[in-house]
Write a protein that binds this ligand. Structure first.
Ligand SMILES: O=C(O)CCC(=O)C(=O)O
Ligand SMILES: [Fe+2]
Length: 470
């Protein structure tokens, strides 16, 4: 990789080593299959996205939602107490209509776990997130400049601070960067529940956490999750937008760590209690026990930004049920899952992250692109390349295109009564083509001679849709 990277192309460059330019370096699509659902408040549920199969899916998810309601109440109070704040202070910030959203993740086996991440490095935009893992490890948190694998503990729920808790605690608690690796032998399932302040509600650092020693570092924000999302899509952190003051030497839009950064140490199997395990049942018990556990909770969140919660009162048999319905859902045929597919601009439903246009995808390939020379016009049928599980494949394509800024058009000798002129003269077509290509669309329509009236905006859109690559 080092050798190839010597020829790496920049983000906005076409030439050089690397995949198609994407909005930001480090951005990539994830090797995972997903189902994302709004689960609370109940009136926000959109049942068209809720799977009918497996049959028990709905019932199990409804029960899990109620349990998550209780769980977040418990955790939010414990967190407040651990900081010597009034127990309900965070619950008040989240609001009565705080959202719970469930994301079911399925990471299928991947032949090249060395090259592909199941989920790219990111921090969550939620208040905090509750993650249920199965027995296959893969989730890693970035801590002290190292990647640490989160041990799979079958009856524990990982509670991970999102950016909004970092804001509400005035930076006391960290919203950790995390990622998911792929695995060549085993599939992995996880269910993440995002707990986020209610829409339109302003949140900000707790007054009790601002003082002479600890100045206010975050300001009040509203609907932070939306801002987070825009940055996330570009592989960047969004926290700077909530900073009270951005220092000059601070990189404003910090990108997440690149997966190619081989200098970062990776700890694949740390001891199972390295990430603090907090027994929630102790927090409500007799004083000494509880005070000690609260202290452990606070220090876990200050240093790690996450902890493994046990003693939460959710029986392991029920956690197993959730894992099972998740597995059963993903193991269905694609047709069945697609019945709950999300639209391009939608967050909810079955499918990967929204991308700028339907059909856009990143390619499962490694590339070197060089502009060699150009002069002329090519015509190309729609084509694609399949991947192969046994063998690598190499090819070299030479593109032959007109010189930039040169007008090209149909040869006069090819236009006659029978064969009317169907294309007009164009200049810089490659650029237009590229823009369309990135969105998974053909661009040839822009060169078509209009033979009837004026296109309405709608017709143009229709034309684009009908010429989308399959
Ligand atoms: O799969 C996991 O364990 C983590 C998922 C996650 O980080 C997310 O969905 O934001
Ligand atoms: Fe996450």
């Amino acid at each position: 990789m080092e050798e190839k990277k010597r020829h790496a192309k920049g983000v906005e460059e076409f030439e050089g080593y690397g995949a198609d330019p994407v909005p930001a370096e480090g951005q990539s699509l994830d090797w995972s299959d997903r189902l994302f659902l709004d689960v609370y408040p109940e009136d926000r549920r959109k049942h068209k996205f809720w799977p009918e199969n497996p049959k028990s899916f709905r019932e199990v998810l409804e029960e899990y939602t109620s349990r998550m309601q209780i769980f977040t109440g418990l955790v939010s109070k414990a967190i407040a107490k651990s900081l010597n704040l009034e127990a309900d202070c965070f619950l008040n910030q989240f609001g009565k209509r705080a959202a719970l959203q469930a994301r079911f993740n399925y990471y299928s086996r991947c032949q090249r776990p060395d090259l592909v991440l199941g989920l790219k490095a990111h921090a969550d935009g939620s208040g905090y997130t509750i993650i249920l893992q199965d027995d296959v490890e893969g989730l890693q948190v970035f801590q002290d400049e190292r990647w640490l694998t989160v041990p799979a503990i079958s009856d524990a729920l990982l509670v991970l601070m999102g950016d909004q808790m970092e804001i509400m605690t005035n930076g006391m608690f960290k919203s950790p960067v995390h990622r998911v690796l792929t695995n060549s032998d085993k599939e992995r399932i996880s269910v993440a529940v995002f707990y986020t302040p209610e829409p339109n509600k302003e949140i900000g650092p707790e007054e009790g956490l601002i003082n002479e020693e600890r100045k206010k570092i975050y300001k009040k924000v509203k609907d932070y999750a939306d801002v987070h999302w825009e940055h996330y899509q570009q592989g960047k952190r969004a926290l700077h937008v909530a900073k009270e003051m951005v220092l000059n030497d601070e990189e404003p839009q910090k990108p997440y760590i690149s997966r190619h950064d081989g200098t970062i140490e990776v700890i694949p199997s740390p001891p199972s209690d390295l990430i603090p395990i907090i027994d929630l049942s102790l927090l409500s018990s007799s004083e000494p026990c509880s005070a000690q556990e609260l202290q452990r909770l606070r220090s876990a969140l200050c240093s790690w930004g996450c902890f493994q919660a046990t003693g939460h009162g959710i029986p392991k048999s029920f956690l197993d049920k959730i894992r099972q319905v998740a597995r059963d859902f993903f193991e269905q045929p694609m047709e069945e899952k697609k019945r709950h597919a999300k639209g391009v601009e939608e967050f909810e439903g079955y499918g990967a992250d929204p991308v700028p246009a339907e059909g856009q995808s990143l390619d499962w390939s490694d590339r070197l692109f060089l502009n060699i020379m150009t002069n002329g016009m090519f015509k190309s049928p729609v084509h694609r390349v399949l991947t192969n599980s046994e063998k690598e494949r190499i090819s070299v394509a030479v593109f032959y295109a007109p010189e930039p800024n040169k007008e090209i058009g149909p040869e006069e000798g090819l236009i006659n009564e029978e064969r009317k002129q169907i294309y007009k003269k164009v200049k810089g077509y490659s650029v237009v083509h590229w823009e369309h290509y990135q969105q998974g669309k053909r661009s040839i329509h822009v060169a078509k001679v209009q033979t009837w009236g004026v296109y309405t905006e709608y017709q143009i859109r229709e034309a684009n849709i009908s010429t989308r690559y399959s």
